[in-house]
Design a protein around this ligand. Structure first.
Ligand SMILES: [Cu+2]
Length: 233
């Protein structure tokens, strides 16, 4: 559904929630407009030349407000129920990780640390990239999100995922990509003059392609690394 593809396991759930809100809004909009136009037509001057003054205090009159009022509250309860369910699934639950990545936001780029072929972070074979994230389809990914400077927001529209990066904190979250392809990542929190161009690419690959990339990650940008001091024997 929708204009933007659904590429995570929970994308459909988020879309359905928005659909429920849209359906309720549409229902009340059509109903209210229908009543207005019905009255406009029914009590037009030709049929009702003399206007009546109604104070609107009788129960038979107030019920038109109260019924609609309770109806809207009932819709709210349904929305709140599904919203909490979605929130709990995306932000509170943490399915067991198949792999864990590190994401660091900074003015104005994203730095991704992939665990490399051994699938363990903070080891020699980690692959650090700038503005490109390479992941494998169908795997549950945990991410450890942090920021080097100011507030950023890690936003992946095809995942229906947004998570603030807060300086001084490491925030853990998860996603499970369900289709391969090349998608957008964008910072979604005003973070300075370069905020608008703080974008990155997400590459969701098949198992085979991802294994190939791990073997030879041809990187567009490489990080500057302090040259290792050679110890003379
Ligand atoms: Cu930003």
């Amino acid at each position: 559904m929708g204009i933007i593809e659904q590429a995570s396991s929970y994308a459909a759930q988020i879309d359905n929630l928005i659909l429920i809100v849209g359906a309720f809004v549409m229902f009340w909009f059509v109903l209210a407009q229908g009543i207005i136009f019905y009255f406009l037509f029914r009590y037009r001057k030709k049929r009702q030349p003399k206007a009546e003054y109604i104070t609107g205090e009788k129960h038979s009159e107030t019920k038109f407000i109260h019924w609609a009022h309770w109806g809207v509250i009932a819709c709210d309860l349904v929305i709140i129920f599904f919203a909490i369910k979605a929130w709990y699934h995306v932000k509170q639950e943490l399915p067991t990780a198949d792999t864990t990545i590190k994401i660091v936001g900074q003015q104005w780029a994203w730095e991704f640390t992939h665990p490399g072929p051994d699938n363990i972070l903070d080891t020699e074979d980690d692959i650090v990239t700038i503005d490109e994230l390479h992941i494998e389809v169908g795997k549950v990914h945990h991410y450890k999100l942090s920021s080097k400077d100011v507030l950023h927001d890690f936003s992946v529209p095809v995942f229906r995922l947004k998570q603030d990066a807060v300086p001084g904190r490491v925030i853990t979250g998860w996603f499970k990509p369900i289709k391969t392809g090349e998608f957008d990542i964008q910072c979604a929190e005003m973070c300075g003059i370069g905020h608008g161009i703080m974008a990155a690419k997400l590459y969701i690959n098949s198992k085979e392609d991802h294994a190939k990339w791990l073997e030879s990650p041809n990187l567009k940008y490489t990080l500057y690394q302090e040259p290792k001091e050679e110890v003379e024997q």
